[in-house]
Design a protein around this ligand. Structure first.
Ligand SMILES: [Cu+2]
Length: 174
């Protein structure tokens, strides 16, 4: 996992804990004074404020993370080795190229027929990433491999009767 991914994961974890603590605090304080009158107008005003805060936080998270996604326009060459992959019922066709540890790879994915899910597993069969491949569209995905060995590909989207057999592999060397 990359450093940015760890920062994002920790950030979400901390945010999640804060939200849970906040909800617990609100529930706790609301159960204390049971007999007081409820001012619904004040509550509806507060609701608007909270709605604004939630929208602000979500938009902030969106723009704070979207530029780090390893796909889309920014995943293209920029020093990366381009590997064209063709998905079709029921195989992933990967050219015989030599991929190196530590060198960014830009997968250029296309589909000849229906939607497929290009999922890559490392030599220990640990899941690394998955990206949709849709017909009529070129999808990019950028990844830097950290260990040598034979990587396997599986299809993560049901694409027909041979879906469970759909796969492929490639090798990464030092
Ligand atoms: Cu498939």
């Amino acid at each position: 996992m990359g450093r940015i991914a760890i920062i994002i994961a920790v950030g979400y974890g901390v945010l999640g804990l804060l939200v849970v603590a906040l909800i617990a605090g609100v529930v706790w304080s609301s159960t204390l004074g049971r007999n007081h009158q409820v001012d619904t107008r004040k509550l509806s005003e507060r609701e608007k404020t909270w709605f604004g805060i939630v929208v602000f936080v979500l938009v902030g998270l969106l723009f704070g993370t979207i530029f780090f996604t390893p796909y889309g326009r920014g995943a293209g060459p920029d020093g990366a080795q381009v590997v064209p992959v063709t998905a079709q019922q029921f195989a992933f066709v990967v050219p015989q190229t030599t991929l190196h540890v530590g060198k960014p790879v830009a997968f250029k994915l296309t589909s000849k027929d229906v939607s497929h899910g290009f999922a890559v597993f490392d030599p220990q069969h640990t899941f690394l990433f998955q990206v949709q491949v849709t017909p009529g569209k070129t999808q990019w995905y950028r990844w830097t491999f950290s260990k040598p060995g034979t990587y396997t590909i599986e299809c993560f989207e049901y694409c027909g009767v041979g879906h469970d057999q759909m796969g492929g592999q490639f090798t990464v060397v030092r």
